[in-house]
Design a protein around this ligand. Structure first.
Ligand SMILES: [Fe+2]
Ligand SMILES: [Fe+2]
Length: 159
């Protein structure tokens, strides 16, 4: 399968790519991961407090990410499509601050799982799924910061 470089996509195609590749899968994965974490805390001995902390972090991530993505899809992305780069730039500044909060929560997930490594077979599947979510979300935020946002931030700064 050929992978198209997102930096070569038109604005509309890139926005669609972000929604299909990251937004929808994140929203699908988070409630499942939270439920799996809650379910495991009853059966995995010695991990109760860590799994509890993990469940709280996942709950916070789900809440913040859901609102963040909704704001992008209902405010920022339509401004980009309309070519209103000044308003888009202001909205993106808020989104960048939220990326920092979200990335801090993703780091917390990594810390709580020892970098998603475990010797316990009961945790392997969940840790691997959390690693996938972590890696995809980090990649998602990096794509927006380094490929999407500079398109209109640069445009706004030019004379
Ligand atoms: Fe996004
Ligand atoms: Fe974002």
């Amino acid at each position: 399968m050929t992978t198209i470089d997102p930096s070569l996509m038109s604005d509309r195609t890139l926005l669609r790519y972000i929604m299909v590749t990251y937004h929808a899968p994140h929203l699908h994965a988070l409630p499942r991961l939270r439920a799996a974490t809650a379910g495991l805390s009853a059966v995995v001995i010695g991990e109760k407090s860590r799994l509890g902390a993990l469940e709280i972090a996942l709950r916070q991530l789900e809440f913040l990410l859901t609102h963040h993505q909704r704001k992008e899809e209902t405010r920022l992305f339509p401004l980009i499509v309309r070519g209103d780069y000044a308003a888009a730039s202001a909205s993106a500044a808020e989104m960048s601050r939220e990326h920092e909060q979200l990335d801090a929560l993703l780091t917390r997930l990594s810390e709580l799982t020892d970098g998603f490594r475990t010797e316990d077979p009961a945790l392997e599947r969940l840790w691997a799924a959390l690693r996938s979510l972590h890696d995809a979300a980090v990649e998602h935020h990096r794509l927006e910061e380094t490929v999407l946002f500079p398109r209109f931030r640069k445009e706004e700064e030019s004379p």
